[in-house]
Design a protein. Structure first.
Ligand code: 5GP
Length: 252
């Protein structure tokens, strides 16, 4: 049997060539990293949960007309996605102050922001993904003005969708990061949501208790990460209510 071709291996995922041109198989690993990979661990079940949760969010976005790279889930750890050219930016949307924004601006974590704030970081691990402005993005040609208008609109639509979904299950969407892909249809290009949307890339706080249900549990040593992600999956109906938390059983 022929071995499939690995295209890229990142901190949390591996990309393989897909079965048809223009497709990619995205494999979710159990590896967890934080602080630019200074802190590392393997957390059993994380990849399975993120595969399923990212499928859930991206399918919902596709249904409301926000285009994503997601095509279909293949198995517990893999999904088929559309190949795209990744725009070298991390797009962060914040509803409440936390993390680097709190540090940078001295705003207490949990403070509600006057409106959602969108930030851009240049995707470069060696530099620690530095914050950049529209000026850097335009001057260095990472995205055009039209792209930036589309990216802002996509980011805010994802925020509206995800905030509402989370609010419905008693979770506050504090902030999140998305990545954007460029696809070509003949002479035209358009932008789609790529990579993943999961508790690895969002801050999710229980509305009542403030309990963290996201990767900060790992970053800040606050408990069991799989339990936190399983709780999100259970509330969204992606996992049965009775399932044991340490060995995630997912609803098909
Ligand atoms: P902060 O800038 O406060 O560290 O992160 C803001 C939000 O973006 C958080 O939800 C965080 O999880 C997400 N985020 C920022 N950078 C990365 C990254 O490199 N990888 C992942 N998975 N999420 C990120």
């Amino acid at each position: 049997m022929a071995r499939r071709k690995k295209i890229y291996e990142g901190k949390a995922k591996i990309l393989y060539e897909g079965p048809e041109p223009g497709t990619i198989v995205q494999y979710f690993k159990d590896d967890a990293t934080a602080f630019n990979a200074e802190k590392k661990d393997v957390i059993e079940g994380k990849g399975v949960l993120n595969n399923r949760l990212s499928e859930f969010f991206m399918t919902g976005l596709n249904h409301i007309g926000v285009p994503t790279h997601f095509l279909k889930r293949l198995n517990m750890r893999e999904q088929l996605v559309r190949a795209c050219e990744i725009v070298p930016l991390e797009v962060i949307v914040r509803n409440f102050a936390a993390g680097t924004m709190s540090k940078r601006l001295g705003i207490e974590e949990g403070t509600q922001l006057p409106r959602p704030i969108v930030e851009y970081c240049y995707k470069d691990d060696g530099l620690g993904d530095p914050l950049v402005t529209d000026e850097h993005i335009a001057a260095f040609g990472w995205a055009s003005q039209q792209d930036m208008d589309d990216i802002l609109s996509l980011a805010l639509r994802v925020n509206d969708y995800m905030s509402g979904l989370m609010y419905g299950v008693g979770i506050k969407l504090v902030d999140f990061k998305i990545e954007i892909g460029r696809v070509y249809d003949g002479d035209f290009q358009r932008l789609i949501i790529a990579d993943e949307i999961s508790p690895d890339s969002c801050r999710l706080w229980d509305m009542e208790s403030g309990q963290k249900l996201d990767k900060d549990v790992f970053r800040r040593d606050l408990g069991n990460l799989t339990d936190a992600y399983s709780e999100v999956a259970r509330r969204l109906g992606v996992m049965p209510k009775s399932a044991p938390v340490t060995k995630p059983t997912l609803i098909n």
